[in-house]
Write a protein that binds this ligand. Structure first.
Ligand code: ZN
Length: 320
């Protein structure tokens, strides 16, 4: 997958290609931007472009070097990521030693440090020493969400490249391609994952449809059955509530006369139109608020059963 197949981030990629072409790559880059939008993919692309046997300023994904990087076993490419909660000094020993000798390919040595905000203090000192006197042809690429979460002494030695969130159309294109989904199916995933690509890619479309059906039935019955939620785990509860919140958001958008192309549940427009006619705006608003309050409580570590007990208690007051 050469650079032009990475969707979004055209500006960052063009800058990287220019730095390679002009032989002006610094020894340390810091990629910042929201989770799951392609920073890691771009860092791997950069490593491949520097070591590719066939392409200049790009990569082919076919040569032995690209293949080894994709497999995670290129001797000149090191990936460092947290073990447990942090990146520890013990993890860096072999890496530091390898920087003392010549590279395997006679070209660049690239180190990708993922979740760099988790570098422990002792590890930070050792990385800092390398950044102060970097061995020749060594590139260290740190990846994080916010540069303010990293020691300023490290940040000041890196060139920062900021990644913007993916646009809705870029996100939908990626999901359609990688998950073999239609545009309306990919739009459901875009909305439910709040534009976080890694979250969206981990979602199973059929599972989402099942969850949506279950939770619509749950809230649609006249008496809510306690047995159906007593065993529920927090993640499924949050997913279910997110889905139902989006459903009612669609209902209220139609009640306000918004065009149906902005709806999340593109595959259920007829049912949503029916519900928009049969319910009142204040009722739908109260339902959305209640679900959002419950999601908020769950995010603050409320017990799932207690959170839903409280929701159902208030549900009776607003629904009947
Ligand atoms: Zn290649």
């Amino acid at each position: 997958m050469p650079f032009n197949e990475i969707i979004g981030h055209a500006k960052v990629i063009s800058m990287l290609r220019q730095l390679i072409r002009q032989d002006r790559l610094p020894h340390a880059l810091l990629f910042t931007g929201p989770d799951g939008i392609g920073k890691r993919l771009t860092a791997f692309g950069l490593a491949k472009a520097l070591l590719c046997e066939k392409s200049n300023n790009d990569y082919c994904n076919l040569c032995a070097s690209c293949h080894k990087i994709n497999q995670g076993n290129h001797p000149d490419v090191t990936i460092i990521q947290p073990e447990g909660n942090s990146i520890k000094i013990e993890q860096l020993r072999d890496w530091q030693r390898s920087l003392g000798s010549r590279s395997y390919s006679g070209s660049w040595r690239i180190t990708i440090i993922d979740q760099a905000e988790r570098i422990s203090n002792s590890a930070a000192n050792s990385i800092l020493k390398i950044l102060e006197e970097p061995p020749e042809d060594t590139l260290i690429c740190l990846i994080t969400v916010e540069d303010r979460d990293i020691l300023p002494t490290i940040v000041s030695r890196c060139q920062i490249l900021r990644f913007s969130p993916l646009s809705r159309s870029d996100f939908v294109q990626i999901i359609m391609k990688r998950c073999q989904l239609t545009e309306s199916q990919a739009l459901l995933i875009y909305n439910l994952s709040k534009g976080q690509l890694s979250k969206g890619l981990a979602m199973d479309y059929n599972n989402l449809l099942n969850l949506r059906k279950q939770w619509r039935q749950f809230f649609g019955s006249s008496t809510l059955n306690e047995k159906s939620y007593s065993q529920i785990d927090k993640a499924s509860l949050c997913d279910g509530l997110e889905i139902i919140a989006h459903w009612w958001r669609d209902v209220i958008l139609l009640q306000f006369g918004i065009d149906d192309s902005s709806l999340t549940n593109q595959d259920m427009i007829c049912e949503i139109k029916k519900e928009a006619i049969e319910t009142t705006q204040p009722l739908v608003k109260s339902r959305i608020n209640l679900v959002l309050q419950t999601l908020d409580a769950l995010e603050r570590n409320a017990n799932p059963k207690m959170a839903i007990d409280s929701l159902l208690l208030q549900w009776d007051n607003i629904s009947f």
